[in-house]
Design a protein around this ligand. Structure first.
Ligand code: PYC
Length: 414
């Protein structure tokens, strides 16, 4: 049997179809150049082709697709935000996610779990009530629940936190909260974009952007100059590197965010559990691993190194909530880069440089926004004006004092 399988694998007539083409060379000119082959850039490319019939598009990725923030997050999808602007935006994303496996004809392992945000103080309970009210006003399934409800749904959770931390008072419960397979989201958008004519160039780094008379004229890359009048930057933690090329200032600062997974366990945790006070969030993947993370590293740094301090700190808080996990082993850990904004909302849309569009400031909230950021940025690039869902996230809010303060719903203690 293994021999037959090997023979089959080596037969060229049954070669594995590639997810997307690997064009030999970059063209001299494209209608749109997208910098960054993560979920956001690839989704924008897909929607440009699929919804706006703009197919002369290149996605330039300096590494490999999905190798940045897309492959380094903890894959949570939810829309229980605090501001009406954020809530509407993430709800539109969640709705796209719900049908995305079918639309892209690819199993994204989208799995609705129900999302608990635990509150460990009366002040935190007030924030959860506020969120629930905003959410309900916008038709989102979200409510405050008491500890008896939490205990019924998650009997393994110790609401007293073993006496080591403030006990759980209640939670915001959001039944549509979900997880998905993050790499698959990037691959599926890449395939969909490629099938519609978009070119994806990996190992292709943008070294400079040519701006003439206040408008984009092209990009310099390690593979030569490309003429284009429209550039979309979708590079998460590297956003300031790209905005420096066009002379735009942003208030973004970059912090690492670490995460880890446990060895695979039998399925026992159906829900997603978040505690902003203990700085942790955890869900169980379809492979059985506990996927878990904490808050940002408390200093600015552009590095994706992992630390023992993180495992120790997060491990301790995991045991405060789930003492049954005492013998569980950590399988691996990693880190990603978070481009943080002062108000914990993204920076999206047109900019003072003609033809230069920004999709950044994704901090710790980027994965769940992948479909809607791709969709609204494609619209924005095609129409050269901001889609109404992202108007509030425009860069100029930092100069005209119209911030969108999302801090209370970031799910991670900042
Ligand atoms: O916003 O749900 C979230 C989140 C989880 C981990 C990082 N951000």
């Amino acid at each position: 049997m293994p021999y037959r399988l090997l023979r089959f694998a080596l037969q060229s007539e049954y070669s594995e179809p590639r997810m997307f083409r690997s064009p030999e060379r970059v063209q001299d000119q494209y209608d749109v150049v997208i910098i960054g082959g993560g979920g956001h850039g690839l989704a924008a490319a897909y929607y440009l082709a699929h919804e706006h019939n703009i197919t002369n598009v290149a996605v330039l990725e300096k590494g490999y697709i999905g190798g940045g923030g897309t492959g380094r997050n903890t894959a949570i999808v939810r829309s229980n935000y605090l501001t009406p602007e954020g809530t509407r935006f993430y709800q539109a994303s969640l709705e796209l996610f719900q049908d995305l496996s079918r639309q892209l004809d690819y199993n994204l392992f989208y799995s609705e779990r129900g999302h608990f945000t635990l509150a460990h103080s009366p002040a935190s309970m007030r924030t959860q009530r506020w969120r629930a009210e905003v959410n309900k006003q916008l038709g989102i399934d979200s409510e405050v629940v008491d500890t008896a409800f939490i205990q019924r749904e998650i009997p393994e959770l110790d609401i007293t936190c073993g006496g080591h931390q403030a006990p759980v008072h209640g939670a915001l419960y959001h039944p549509p909260g979900a997880v998905a397979r993050h790499d698959a989201v990037a691959w599926a958008y890449a395939r969909g974009a490629d099938q519609r004519g978009v070119e994806i160039h990996q190992q292709t780094e943008v070294t400079d952007i040519e701006v003439r008379d206040g408008k984009v004229a092209g990009v310099h890359t390690n593979k030569g100059f490309i003429k284009t009048r429209k550039v979309l930057s979708a590079v998460a933690g590297w956003t300031t590197h790209i905005t420096d090329m066009v002379g735009i200032r942003t208030p973004l600062i970059v912090h690492p965010l670490q995460a880890m997974v446990s060895e695979a366990l039998k399925p026992w945790l159906n829900h997603i559990v978040v505690s902003a006070s203990l700085h942790l969030y955890v869900s169980q993947s379809s492979r059985g691993e506990l996927i878990t993370g904490a808050s940002l590293d408390p200093y600015e740094l552009i590095s994706s190194r992992s630390t023992l301090e993180f495992v120790e700190g997060l491990g301790g808080h995991m045991l405060d909530l789930f003492p049954c996990l005492g013998d569980i082993k950590v399988l691996r850990q990693w880190a990603g880069l978070c481009d943080m904004t002062p108000d914990f909302s993204p920076v999206m849309g047109t900019t003072p440089v003609g033809g230069f569009y920004i999709d950044g400031g994704w901090g710790t909230w980027g994965f769940k926004a992948t479909p809607i950021s791709g969709n609204t940025m494609a619209w924005t690039v095609a129409q050269d004006k901001n889609h109404e869902l992202i108007e509030a996230f425009k860069l100029s809010r930092f100069t005209n004092f119209s911030l969108v303060g999302e801090k209370g719903a970031a799910s991670v203690g900042h």
